[in-house]
Design a protein around this ligand. Structure first.
Ligand code: DAH
Length: 347
């Protein structure tokens, strides 16, 4: 009996259960109703009197040791469970907000422009960035000697002859090429708004870049007049710059429109009084526009006796600069998050 007690003592002392269930198993085995300890007590009854003292002490020692050891093991395991729960944290707590990116100011302004014209019934049209001479220049009535066709201004992808050639491949220098594609493929009425990236061989500075964005508009139908154009652009200016905005038009020249005009909007920073952004004039130049030249309509197969239309084109970087007071165009391309986060609320 004494060896049995000693064996059990050893088992209790050396037990290394890994879970609460294993501790419970040990407790039942030793201290449970039908456990080892009770079995020993039964046996103890028939032990000769002279051995009772020593065995009694041993059984008590086993009981005490088992109880203490089991309590200690329970505590150890629940402490370990608590620290691992601490590591995981409160699983029901809402996740910490991750730092979201923001929409780029150029996208914000481009979307605003497109939205305004969508409300006037314009639909979005797009075209390729690598274009041919025909769609960028020839179909738009650019004379062969026009300086924009020069290598100095245009990035050529594949120059097929020394003379301007309608098949030369180049990076489009303006989104007006999308007008030509639309006129080739659609019958009037045509009412499109064309956002896109354009490329020019410019030295990069605070006010020029070799890549920038334009939005082009084109409206062709029967009886479209200069007055229609003026009203549409005035509506656009008020929607973009606020109800108090006014516009003025100055005569200008573009090969693809006749007559052509440059559109100014009243300076929203000084309210027209004159400041350093509007250079004291109270006006900011925002786009070029004009009545589509009959040559351009005919080049794309549209009957210029039946149809007329207007077109306009604007630089998105420039509009964003004027709207948000951005002073250096290069900021748009650097993707410095300190700059971009300033537009969080502009969406
Ligand atoms: N394509 C011109 C440019 O890149 C902008 C422009 C002016 C577009 C007048 C037009 C327009 O459609 O009518 O500077």
């Amino acid at each position: 009996m004494i060896t049995k007690i000693e064996e059990l003592l050893k088992t209790v002392q050396e037990a290394a259960p890994k879970s609460a269930a294993e501790v419970e198993e040990l407790r039942i085995r030793i201290l449970g109703k039908k456990g080892e300890l009770n079995a020993l007590m039964e046996e103890f009854k028939s032990v000769p009197a002279e051995q009772k003292r020593e065995l009694g002490q041993k059984i008590n020692l086993l009981k005490q040791t088992a109880q203490e050891r089991i309590n200690a093991l329970k505590e150890e395991l629940s402490a370990a469970a608590a620290t691992s729960a601490e590591k995981v944290g409160d699983m029901t707590r809402p996740a910490a907000a991750s730092a979201d990116g923001t929409r780029h100011p150029i996208s914000i302004v481009k979307n605003q422009i497109v939205d305004i014209f969508s409300r006037l019934g314009y639909t979005v049209a797009e075209g390729p960035e690598i274009e041919d001479d025909w769609h960028v220049f020839s179909a738009l009535n650019f004379p062969l000697s026009h300086p924009a066709r020069d290598m100095q201004d245009t990035f050529f992808v594949e120059k097929r002859s020394n003379e301007p050639n309608v098949k030369d491949l180049l990076l489009r220098t303006h989104t007006s090429s999308i007008q030509v594609r639309a006129m080739e493929h659609q019958k009037p009425p045509i009412r499109i708004i064309c956002p896109g990236r354009v490329f020019r061989n410019e030295a990069i500075s605070y006010r020029a870049h070799c890549i920038f964005h334009q939005v082009e508009g084109l409206f062709i139908d029967e009886g479209v007049s200069f007055a229609d154009m003026k009203q549409s652009i005035l509506y656009f200016a008020k929607e973009l710059f606020g109800e108090t905005a006014t516009i003025r038009m100055r005569p200008s020249y573009f090969p693809f429109t006749e007559p052509s005009a440059e559109v100014d909007v009243s300076c929203n920073l000084c309210g027209g009084k004159g400041c350093n952004v509007c250079k004291g004039t109270g006006w900011l130049e925002i786009m070029g526009c004009g009545m589509v030249d009959p040559n351009v309509l005919e080049a794309s197969g549209i009957d210029s006796k039946k149809y007329s239309g207007f077109a306009f084109g604007m630089g998105v970087e420039r509009i964003a600069m004027l709207k948000y007071g951005v002073k250096d165009l290069r900021l748009y391309f650097e993707n410095d998050v300190r700059f971009l986060h300033q537009f969080d609320d502009a969406l």
